[in-house]
Design a protein. Structure first.
Length: 342
């Protein structure tokens, strides 16, 4: 049988494609999140075009103000007189913005206003109240664009999934005896020294099911109870931990044996680790999944923590290594029935 597609990849990416979304306008109701979710080339393009468009728009406005007030004609005439060496009398004409004689100079003045460079060659005078109003509006618009785009860039560079890159899971999961019971086990670790605060871990089994009424659920998500050395779902992830699930009568793995394990192509176990990043305070989530052929029966993870020179050392080269251990080749149901008979 052909193996079905993963619901969650080994790197934590969800293998779900959203199609035929008719209400695309909902994305524009939350523009900031939409910008953060965009890919980097699209974000940088919008970042650049937002500034260029605002500079061009206000450059056109400054040029129109200068044109309406006659600044362009006076500037052209003054340049012509100076070029011909005419002496002329004292010039009493006061422009709205000094040294604007073309659209290029108006565009340069728009950039100076919005990014507060101020080269000193151009400035607004008190001759035109409209020019003062445009100056105020452009400063406000520039601050809004800066706040939105810089906030978007910051959020993209500090997204929670970046921290999840250093949260690792074992490539394979194992099933073996622990305290006389069959257990599903995996190993999780954190490569950074900065801790994940209030870390919790949970598991789900995703498989195709059918109800008594004939309803087919292609991706039925079933929570399964987790156990760990600390107790409950909270973990103290200072060193790698082996997280395990006791396969009892309430477990969806209760009737799985090593003989039929690899015949469950529709079986996928998802592991989700959540917590708060200590350095940034941002909640992060790391995910992985295990298909039937990634579950090793009758194996156990090798120890990787040892005490050296008064401190504990972790050897990550053995993080996913396993060894064979004696394990019954039967289901957890059969194991419990045999114990009850004895």
């Amino acid at each position: 049988r052909e193996r079905r597609a993963r619901f969650v990849g080994k790197n934590g990416a969800c293998n779900v494609a959203h199609k035929n979304i008719r209400e695309q306008g909902r994305f524009l109701q939350d523009v900031f999140t939409t910008l953060v979710d965009l890919k980097w080339p699209h974000t940088l393009l919008i970042f650049t075009m937002s500034f260029l468009c605002s500079w061009l728009l206000f450059g056109m406005i400054w040029w129109l103000i200068a044109f309406a007030h006659g600044d362009l004609d006076h500037s052209t005439r003054l340049q012509r007189d100076l070029g011909e060496g005419a002496a002329g009398g004292p010039d009493t004409f006061v422009p709205c913005v000094t040294s604007i004689h073309s659209f290029t100079s108006a565009f340069l003045f728009s950039i100076e206003v919005q990014v507060t460079i101020g080269f000193g060659g151009r400035m607004v005078t008190e001759e035109c109240p409209a020019a003062i109003l445009v100056l105020i509006v452009q400063n406000i618009v520039g601050l809004v664009i800066n706040a939105i785009m810089l906030g978007c860039i910051f959020m993209k560079t500090s997204q929670a999934h970046r921290r999840a890159e250093t949260l690792i899971f074992s490539k394979h999961a194992v099933i073996a005896l622990r305290e006389g019971k069959l257990c599903f086990m995996l190993r999780v670790g954190d490569l950074r020294k900065s801790m994940i605060i209030s870390a919790t871990i949970r598991m789900q089994v995703v498989k195709k099911t059918a109800s008594l009424e004939g309803e087919v659920v292609p991706l039925n998500q079933i929570d399964i109870q987790m156990e760990n050395p600390v107790g409950g779902n909270s973990i103290f992830l200072v060193s790698p931990l082996i997280i395990y699930h006791v396969i009892d009568k309430n477990s969806p793995l209760y009737d799985i044996s090593p003989l039929n394990l690899h015949h469950h192509e529709d079986l996928e176990i998802i592991v989700i680790l959540e917590g708060v990043v200590e350095t940034t305070g941002i909640t992060t989530q790391a995910r992985t999944s295990y298909l039937a052929d990634e579950i090793l029966w009758g194996q156990r993870f090798v120890p990787i923590v040892a005490e050296e020179d008064g401190r504990y050392s972790v050897d990550y080269s053995k993080f996913g290594n396993t060894v064979k251990v004696p394990t019954p080749s039967c289901t957890a149901r059969q194991l419990e029935e045999d114990k009850s008979i004895m």
